[in-house]
Design a protein around this ligand. Sequence first.
Ligand code: GSH
Length: 302
Amino acid sequence: MTILERPNSTLPGKLRGLHLFHYGAAPCAQRVRFVLAEKGVRRAADVPWRSDAAQHLEAPPGSYIGRPVSLLRQENLTADYAAIHPHLVVPALVHDGVLHIESVDIMNYVNGTLPGPSLVPEGQAGQLCSSLVKRASELQTSVRYVTYRWSLGGLAKLNPEKQEELRRLDAPDSPEQLAEFYRRFSNDEISEATYADHVARLEDGFGEVEELLKEDSRSWLSGDDFSMADIIWSVKMLRISDAGYPFEIKFPRLKNWFDRVRERPTFEEAIGRDMRVAGPASRAKAAVQNFFGRGLRRLASE
Ligand SMILES: N[C@@H](CCC(=O)N[C@@H](CS)C(=O)NCC(=O)O)C(=O)O
């Protein structure tokens, strides 16, 4: 469990109930929202993420307050947000004044602490679920590379002043090393071979899951019950699929499983409604890149 005992901001300490600092299209936040939805926690109206107005401090019982931090507008790369999350990423969850970071830890915390069906099965299925979650979270960095290269592109580049500001804001011991990533990305220092390597790593991971789905007629990734493994892999697949990767050709069983995940009302509640603009925009860009032979489809067919 990753708890920040003494955040630099006084805001988390003032919040009661559940508050989620998140972003609609961010897979790391989507997986936490998906867990919350599966646990039956309702989504109250969003409030501005910095707000400490009296009416925004207390989440109604059985609900969480969303505090969207726009990654598009780079609100995460600000001193105010660094005071909440020193690694400058979403999500962060506050529960009764206690600040939690790291999405997988948050998923486990929500699953273990709140009532509702457990999203980690018992026994062998539970072990499989945990190893699938671990494998997916190891691939998070590769998702970042693919997203920046094929979905965000020039939009996400920072000018030299902003790069320097970010270098000062980022915690030197941050496991994300976001300032360094942005510096290399913004100055075109990441080679095409590096990007291709991250695509290959993701393909290895998706290939393992495809094999698992070949084994028997399992309903969900870890067995009969929908679990944390389905949540983490489906949001990863959504991101890479929207970036133009042809899952239907390369991994048809995964595509089939994913279509079933999407049918869950909790998927719509946690993810679908946030992706009404971002999803089509990302897919349109991916389609153009694929049309001109510069998209993920080219790497997939090699
Ligand atoms: N290890 C972190 C990683 C979180 C992360 O990478 N979040 C991404 C969104 S999925 C982010 O906020 N990126 C900020 C940026 O790219 O500027 C976790 O799992 O919570």
